[in-house]
Structure formats: C-alpha cells, structure tokens
Design a protein around this ligand. Structure first.
Ligand SMILES: *[C@@H]1O[C@H](CO)[C@@H](O)[C@H](O)[C@H]1NC(C)=O
Ligand SMILES: *[C@@H]1O[C@H](CO)[C@@H](O)[C@H](O)[C@H]1NC(C)=O
Length: 519
C-alpha cells in the first residue's frame, strides 16, 4: 500500500507538440493532451468544424493521446482538447498543417535513346501537396530546358506531378546530365527539404552507322606496300568489330577483331573483298562495310580488271553483286567471275585485245559497263650516234652493229639483210652483228628485229661502204634501241590497270610508264 504524497498543485493542461504542427501526409502524428494538478481528469478531443476526428484517442490517466496514422489530408484542422477536472474545465487547440514532398523527382528517359531521333524526358514529382506551390526546373547541364510551375493547381490531395520535355538528342549530348529540380517553397511552413533534385546522364545508344573502310595508301596498292585498312563506324557503346575476307571460292575467312587491319607486306594474293562487320551489342544492330583491295603484282603481264559498281550497295541484306567479265567479240564469258568486283585477266597478249563487258548483278538489278582493251606495241627509239640510220664506213674496216632492247620478257634479237630482190634474209641471230674487213658487197639495208610475246619491232640501218680505209682498226658503233610498250584505253566506270615491269632500255632510255587510267 503506497501512500501518495499530497501535492498541492494548480490544475494545468497543455498540448504537445504545441502551436502549429506541420506534418507530412502519410506519416504518424500523435497529439498529446497532458494535465498536471488533477488526479483523474476527463478528456475530450474534437475538431472545431465538427468534422469526424480522423484519429484514435487513448486516455492514460493524466494524459490523453490522439493518434493519426497515417496522417491524411482530412487531418488538416484545428484540434481542440478539453479537460474536465471536477467542475473545472480547460481547453487548448492546436493547428495541424499538412504537406507532402516525400521523395526526389524521378527522371524517365528512354533507354534506347537514339541520336537524331526525338525523345522525351519525363520528370515525375511523386505525391506533392500542396501542388500549387510546386516549381519544376529541367536542365541539361547548366542549360535550362524547361521551367514550369503549378500555381494554377487547386488540388485537394497529394498528386504526382509530371513535366515532359521533347528534344532531339545529338551524339554530343551523350554523357551530359539531365537534372530535374523540384521546389516546394512554402515560406510559413517549417519543413525540410523544400527542394529535391535528381540527375541522370544521357546515354544515347546508337549505331553502328556510317560504317566505312578506309584503305591506306589506297585500295589499289602495290606489292610490298604497307597496307592499312581502318574500319570507321559510329556506335555507342563502342562496337565489336570483325574483319573477314572473301576469297576466290567465295568462302569467307575470319581475320582479326580490331578496327585496324594491317598487312605489312602486301602481296598480290592479299587482293580480295574485305569485309568489316560491326556489331553494337546493346542495340543489337549490325552493319557491314566492304572494300575491294587490289594489290598490283610486280610480276609480269597481269591485268586486273577492276569492275567498280557504284550503284550497288554492298551491305547487309543486299547480297554482293555477282560480277561477270566477258569479251563481247566472242560472245562468251572469258571464264572470269567474281563476287567481289575484282577480276584478274592473266597473260595478256595481242590476242587479248577486244571489247570487254563487265556485268554486275544482284537481286535488285543488273548493271553493265564496257571496256576496250587495246594491246599495242610501239617502237620508241633513242640513238646514241648521229650517223643512224645511214652509216658510212670504209672498205676493210670492221663494223659492229649492236641492237639493244630490253623488255619483259627479254626480246629475241636478230639481224636481217635486205637482198637485192627486196626479201629479208636472216643473217645473224644475235644482238651484235660484226662484219670484219668490210667490202662493197656488204653495203645495203640491215634490219634489226626484236620480238617478244607482245610484239615485234624492227629498225633498219643503211650501210654505205666507201673506198679503202686508212685506219683498219677503226670501229663504228651503231646502236639502235627500242622497246615494246603496251597501251590500254579505258572508258568510264571500269578501271583497267596494267601491271608490268617497267621497260628499261639500255640505261639511257627513259622509262615508259605502262599504266594509263581514264575514269
Ligand atoms: C505530462 O507533463 C509532466 C509534467 O510536465 C511530464 O513530466 C510528463 O512526462 C508529461 N506526460 C506526457 C505523456 O507528456
Ligand atoms: C540482342 O540479341 C540477343 C540475342 O539475339 C538477345 O538476347 C538480346 O535480348 C537482344 N538485345 C536487345 C537489346 O534487343
């Protein structure tokens, strides 16, 4: 048995929290009405407008609680607590004000943002109250995209507010931050935070697109060149790159996984259709680029007929065109066939001349172009002595006539002498003709003849014999030089390349470039 000390104290009451209560909707609010100086007080809670209380009352002897869990918009009222102590009555009120700004804005941007295509940024501000104070700012880095307020709102409850902004992202926008700033600045309400911010980096996945192969020094390289193929593409994220090469039997070789393909010492056999396949693993898009590489062999007499097909896109979905080369005069294919656009015409001889036609065909159509192939052989000459073509020597002297020529293959040289009847008589099968102790019957027209598989050339020397020689040992060198050159004419579209060892004549002869291109 306790004996309570009798405390004489005045009857008082209070409500906690006191004065204005600013509470966020959704949370739990407990109002306590506490008394002192009264042994068994009686409590009464009510709203001054006589609305339903919207909470749970619990009395605990000297105090009473009103619990609102969760606090809802209906709880925004003045609450009055009345306490009776015997005949004494006291009451106090407290104002409950509500707001709602519970979470940061949510930015929504399409994950498959594609550069150059319109996209919409959405910023959601969840469960705002009172929304007529809400201000929203949308920025790209420091650049303001959009400012919006909701001052016209007359919302009576929490609302999720949305601002949208449409724009065309560029590839430069990748990595930039989109920021959504939401402010709920209510000066006389004490809550934090009054500003919420969310940022999100723009990441536009795109590509691959604009895939091209650049060939250095060019797609027509010389044997021995350092050939570098670079596959250039636009893709985010960076793509996977695979090089392949299509070889003669149309099978495809896997080469390397890199954007650069290097061939340190290009060889003729490196010619072919090179394919760069680019795969963006995020967009799941694939693009192909192709390039025809022609390595000009330094071996002899090879013609590469390069049929370029500018209107046919060699890419995914478009099968590479089938290209056939045929000689029109025969009406028949010359057996040359390529799926890559490179055609090798080997062993060109005089007989190879004629009109050729290149026919490219895929499922979208057919394209033709023609090329005329002229195989000619012409003499070029350079004389080392002014006495040519007529040389006068004296009887009894020794004459040496030398005919030099070089070409590939090396020409066969022989000497002939025109007889009285006008016929040519082969007299010497060598480049140097020596006539010792020359007599008058040796006078006449001598012809030097040189030939190889590309042609035959002749050069004549007239030999006059004068009276007796004073100095029998004197020699008169005669040099005739010539070479064989092949000329080619090329019409539009088809590129024809003649690759040959350059003709070299006797050290003193200027080189003849055996390559002519007309495009
Ligand atoms: C009521 O007030 C007394 C005296 O100020 C205090 O000691 C007590 O903790 C209060 N009770 C509640 C529930 O607030
Ligand atoms: C890409 O393709 C793979 C397999 O084909 C698939 O599993 C993946 O979901 C695709 N990704 C997209 C973004 O389409």
């Amino acid at each position: 048995m306790y004996i309570l000390p009798i405390v004489v104290k005045a009857f008082e009451m209070e409500i906690t929290p006191a004065n204005r209560i600013v509470e966020q909707i959704g949370e739990t609010l407990v109002l306590t009405c506490n008394t002192t100086g009264c042994a068994s007080p009686g409590f009464s809670w009510r709203i001054q407008t006589d609305n339903p209380l919207g909470g749970t009352v619990r009395n605990h002897g000297t105090y009473s609680t009103l619990t609102m869990s969760p606090v809802s918009i209906e709880n925004a009222h003045d609450y009055l607590c009345t306490v009776f102590c015997g005949l004494e009555k006291k009451e106090k009120s407290v104002k409950v004000e509500l707001y709602s700004f519970p979470s940061d804005p949510v930015i929504e941007i399409s994950t498959s943002l594609v550069a150059g295509e319109q996209t919409t940024v959405i910023c959601k501000i969840p469960d705002v109250y009172p929304s007529d104070h809400l201000e929203v700012l949308l920025k790209k880095e420091e650049h303001i995209l959009l400012e919006k307020n909701f001052f016209e709102d007359d919302s009576t409850n929490t609302e999720t507010k949305i601002v949208t902004y449409s724009f065309y992202p560029t590839t430069e926008d990748i990595g930039k931050e989109i920021t959504c700033v939401a402010k709920l600045p209510i000066a006389n309400m004490d809550f934090e935070p009054k500003e919420r911010v969310t940022s999100q980096k723009l990441n536009a996945n795109f590509g691959p697109k604009n895939t091209v192969i650049t060939a250095s020094p060019s797609n027509l390289a010389m044997e021995g060149d350092f050939l570098k193929l670079t596959c250039v593409t636009e893709s985010n994220p960076p793509p996977q790159i695979v090089w392949r090469r299509q070889v003669a039997d149309k099978s495809v070789q896997y080469l390397v996984e890199n954007n650069v393909l290097s061939i340190p010492h290009a060889h003729f056999t490196d010619s072919g259709l090179y394919i760069c396949e680019v795969i963006n693993l995020v967009t799941n898009k694939t693009e192909k680029a192709t390039v025809d590489i022609v390595i000009q062999g330094t071996s002899l007499h090879e013609f590469y007929l390069y049929c370029s097909v500018p209107n046919l896109q060699l890419s995914v979905g478009n099968p590479p065109p089938k290209i056939v080369l045929r000689r029109k005069s025969d009406g028949a294919d010359v057996g040359l066939y390529s799926e890559g656009g490179i055609l090798l015409l080997p062993s060109v001889t005089f007989l190879s001349g004629g009109d050729y036609e290149c026919v490219a065909e895929n499922k979208f159509g057919k394209s033709k172009s023609a090329v005329a192939l002229n195989v000619e052989c012409k003499i070029k000459e350079k004389l080392t002595s002014g006495v040519i073509p007529a040389a006068t020597v004296k009887e009894g002297e020794t004459v040496t006539m030398k005919c030099t020529s070089s070409g590939n293959p090396a020409p066969v040289i022989s000497w002939k002498k025109k007889t009285v009847t006008g016929e040519s008589e082969k007299i010497f099968k060598d480049a140097t003709l020596t006539i010792k102790n020359i007599k008058s019957q040796d006078l006449g027209l001598y012809e030097c003849e040189a030939y190889n598989q590309f042609g035959k050339e002749e050069k004549a020397v007239k030999l006059f014999v004068q009276g007796r020689v004073e100095k029998p040992d004197q020699m008169m060198p005669v040099i005739i030089a010539f070479s064989c050159v092949t000329a080619i004419a090329i019409p539009v579209v088809v590129i024809l390349i003649y690759v040959s060892r350059k003709a070299k004549i006797n050290g003193s002869y200027s080189l003849v470039k055996a390559l002519r291109l007309k495009v």
